[in-house]
Design a protein around this ligand. Structure first.
Ligand code: F6P
Length: 379
């Protein structure tokens, strides 16, 4: 019997976290359960800070559904199996999973609702194996790259924000006859680039799933200028790479981050395009703008459906798992299905075909790219 549950939010924030927190809290409170928030991912269970566990009463979740960020705070440096502990003036990694589970039980929690992406789900899965009573995961990430679900909350809002940016960049690109290269988030999956690029009328979309050839990209740009469309918009996913090359990472010396930081592709591309085509090019990195702000209505609804489904699965089954949207419905799937790997863009999907059909270039040899390219003088 569930009586008392905890919620945490881990990894990078995404619009919709607060809507899930509210939906979980209200659905649980309406069943007569007690609900608590753990601050900063798993960190709140591992510190002596007395504010680290927050009662989520009706008052505490009132008016938060439309707010960005998370009222609980989040972190991507609180892996309990590799937790940074200050010893002798420096941080050393320690396995505090046993301490975490003991604290969870001491607080009387029957289950955890964990809002997160692949990193958080893999931690939840490991903690279950180590004795955490029950976990229901809720799929969060603007990257939309979580396995097992066909959508994550936060993605639609990130696509909206990026599309708006592309709309704005069109006018300045046109005014100056420039090529604008826009770097978007997504890690090693191209979902944000693909969807915002289609919605925002990009000429070129570069995604990690399709390694690009810079000469193809330049041919597409030349083709536009040859047709007197004297500007071009290139959307590049931060994880995009050229044929035979690697993704570009920023220097990062933090050993407690689960993954190194990507970045720099737009600047590299803008330089190459300018050199090869002679057309002035500028780079823009949208960065964390894509994660901030209010969730769009689609994400608000999805977040609440997932949050209330999480509570229903706790009430009506004795299972752990991830609430995932498959087809139109929400199902509970095993955490083992989602805790490893990345959900990449399916290259045979109709989104890719649509983009090719309307003449968007992916920088490869694919069908529909550069039909007029042969007529254009190469540099
Ligand atoms: O996973 C979400 C995400 O926004 C990625 O798209 C991006 O690469 C990363 O997080 C950035 O992380 P941070 O907020 O730590 O810079």
């Amino acid at each position: 019997m569930i009586r008392r549950i905890a919620i945490n939010t881990g990894g990078g924030d995404a619009p919709g976290l607060n809507a899930v927190i509210r939906a979980v809290a209200l659905s649980a409170l309406n069943r007569g359960w007690e609900v608590f928030g753990i601050r900063y991912g798993y960190e709140g269970l591992l510190t002596d800070d007395e504010d680290a566990i927050v009662p989520l009463t009706r008052d505490a979740v009132r008016g938060i559904g439309h707010l960005g960020g998370t009222i609980l705070g989040t972190t991507n440096r609180a892996d309990p199996f590799h937790f940074p502990v200050l010893e002798g003036g420096r941080k050393v990694p320690r396995d505090l999973s046993g301490k975490l589970i003991a604290r969870f039980k001491e607080l009387g929690f029957d289950a955890l609702v964990a809002l997160g992406g692949d990193g958080s789900m893999s931690l939840a899965h490991r903690l279950l194996g180590c004795g955490l009573p029950r976990v229901i995961g809720v799929p969060k990430t603007i990257d939309n790259d979580l396995k097992g679900t066909n959508v994550t909350f936060g993605f639609a809002t990130a696509v909206e924000t990026t599309t708006e940016a592309l709309d704005r960049l069109h006018s300045t690109a046109q005014a100056h006859r420039r090529v604008m290269v826009v770097e978007v988030m997504g890690r090693h999956a191209g979902w944000i680039a693909l969807y915002s690029g289609i919605a925002g009328g990009a000429d070129v979309i570069l995604i990690p799933e399709i390694p690009y050839n810079i000469n193809r990209v330049c041919e597409k740009i030349e083709e536009r200028y040859a047709r007197k469309r004297n500007f071009a918009i290139v959307v590049a996913s931060e994880g995009a790479r050229d044929v035979g090359g690697e993704a570009i990472y920023k220097e990062d010396k933090d050993e407690f981050r689960p993954q190194p930081i990507l970045g720099g592709i737009a600047e590299r591309l803008a330089k190459q395009i300018e050199e090869k085509t002679g057309h002035e090019a500028r780079s823009v990195v949208l960065g964390h703008l894509q994660r901030g702000g209010s969730p769009c209505s689609f994400d608000r609804v999805l977040a609440q459906r997932l949050g209330s489904a999480a509570v229903r699965y706790l009430a009506e089954t004795d299972k752990s798992g991830l609430v995932a949207q498959r087809g139109g419905d929400i199902e509970l799937i095993p955490l083992s299905e989602v805790s490893t790997g990345t959900r990449f863009v399916d290259l045979s999907s109709d989104a890719i075909t649509t983009a090719r059909d309307i003449g968007i270039c992916f920088g490869d040899e694919g069908p529909g790219t550069f039909s007029a390219a042969a007529a254009i003088k190469k540099r």
